[in-house]
Design a binder for this molecule. Structure first.
Ligand SMILES: Cc1ncc(COP(=O)(O)O)c(C=O)c1O
Length: 450
């Protein structure tokens, strides 16, 4: 906080497309889509129009005991679009709205908990999540998370969960491969020990009085863990293992949803249909705070009863089903379905992939992980040894500060630099982001290993 107090922050005044402008008139590229929320760029004319037109009708009315048209239509379309990616399945049928990623996870957690109890699966539901997982900052979401820096302090405030190994190939103790100038997933040498230990853990817990009831994960790429991208097929295998022991699947697609990794959901990429999917961030194209937890008819039926049975899901937020959010979400979803957006995303993904190869020239770049338009560049003291910077070296922070001077805004996760631009980013803008990163690494860390 002292650093924050010492420095003058950049104060954002406006945005257009992939560009942000501060109160002094300086312009920047939005290199992390305003903390992974923005999809189509700022001031998108179609989303603006949808929000303004909704504003003329009504901004908000309670969804507790009432319905509204934009939220109902958006829920219908969300279900249809997400089901499309699981051919032959009508996986989801219900949507529960809330306000942000953390609340979308709380909703999934509570629904899963109570469904497990009511269906006779368990009297004491027990959650398994991935090491390095991040699911939000509310207490339930923190209980599922395992990033010591954020979560350890609150240990005694949390309920008990367990974690399993995530496939962090670059730093996996079982990876016998020497470092190479490529994404570690492409040259990893291991016996898939992470899947073996998952199998063992779930099976041995099944013999106890408190078997696991649900597996909680960020599919395809774990965000706040440091953009830890999973090898192809990993999630499918993990889902097969956990499902064979009767666990429900809770997919946190708060970062990965809405085509960030390619298809609408990252779950579609692996063909893994979860029992719950939590969506937020990009749900409104990055315009307004809104979230949704989608689930199955089976889960819904656990909460269906006559008044006196009191089976309702007693959970609701004041701004649930907000009309302005739903209008923005609807416009954003319609945009995503358009051919133009699809080709923009494919072009951006390829442009970034090509441009990023220049970073291998730096001895401080240890790993570059890309899934769709999500990128994590892991900085190390020396790529040949994978020696990590200590957090107090502030390598990531320094590089991002330099990038800001060069007109590109993003935020590091420790020593991992994130690039995740809006889909409207042009080829030149994408190149500028990567050049700025390359230049910043050179300027802050030099040319030779430390
Ligand atoms: C995977 C994931 N889940 C949950 C959250 C929490 O979302 P929010 O910050 O909207 O509460 C985040 C935020 O970064 C996230 O990346």
């Amino acid at each position: 906080m002292r650093d924050w107090m010492r420095e003058e922050p950049i104060v954002i005044a406006s945005g257009k497309g992939a560009t942000l402008t501060d109160t002094k008139g300086n312009t920047y590229l939005d290199g992390n889509s305003s903390i992974w929320t923005n999809l189509h760029g700022h001031a998108n004319p179609l989303i603006n129009k949808a929000v303004v037109s909704q504003l003329k009708q009504i901004s908000h009315s309670s969804a507790l005991g009432l319905a509204n048209v934009p939220a109902a239509h958006f829920a219908r379309d969300l279900v249809e679009a997400t089901n499309c990616g699981f051919p032959g399945k009508n996986q989801f049928s219900k949507v529960f709205y809330s306000d942000d990623g953390s609340t979308a996870m709380e909703v999934a957690l509570k629904l899963s908990y109570e469904h497990s109890r009511r269906s006779g699966q368990s009297k004491k539901p027990f959650f398994l999540s991935l090491k390095g997982g991040y699911h939000g900052d509310t207490v339930g979401a923190v209980s599922l998370g395992s990033i010591d820096l954020f979560h350890k302090t609150y240990k005694n405030l949390l309920f008990k969960t367990d974690t399993t190994e995530a496939p962090y190939c670059y730093r996996c103790p079982y990876n016998r491969a020497k470092p190479q100038r490529a994404d570690a997933r492409t040259y990893v040498k291991c016996g898939k020990e992470c899947l073996g230990s998952l199998e063992k853990k779930v099976a041995s817990q099944a013999k106890t009085k408190q078997p696991f009831t649900a597996f909680v994960y960020e599919p395809v790429i774990q965000g706040a863990a440091g953009m830890i991208a999973q090898p192809k097929g990993w999630l499918k295998s993990a889902a097969e293992i956990t499902k064979s022991h009767g666990l429900q699947l809770i997919a946190d697609e708060i970062m990965t949803g809405f085509c960030r990794t390619g298809p609408l959901l990252a779950s579609h990429k692996e063909g893994v249909a979860p029992d719950f999917v939590s969506l937020a961030k990009g749900i409104t194209g990055g315009y307004l705070p809104m979230a949704a937890t989608l689930t199955t008819e089976t889960v819904f039926n656990s909460f269906l009863g006559e008044y006196g049975e009191f089976k309702s899901f007693f959970h609701g937020h004041s701004y649930t089903g907000n009309q302005l959010g739903a209008a923005a979400g609807q416009a954003s979803l319609d945009l995503l379905k358009s051919g133009k957006s699809e080709s923009q995303r494919a072009a951006l993904e390829n442009q970034l992939r090509t441009s990023l190869t220049m970073l291998w020239e730096s001895p401080f770049v240890g790993d570059i992980r890309q899934e769709g338009t999500v990128i994590g560049v892991e900085l190390v003291r020396d790529w040949k040894t994978r020696e990590a910077f200590s957090l107090t070296d502030k390598a990531g922070i320094r590089v991002c500060q330099k990038m800001a001077q060069l007109g590109v805004l993003t935020r590091p996760i420790g020593n991992v630099i994130v690039l995740m631009p809006p889909y409207c980013t042009t080829a030149r803008q994408a190149d500028k982001m990567v050049f700025a990163l390359s230049h910043a690494i050179q300027s802050e860390l030099g040319n030779r290993p430390l």
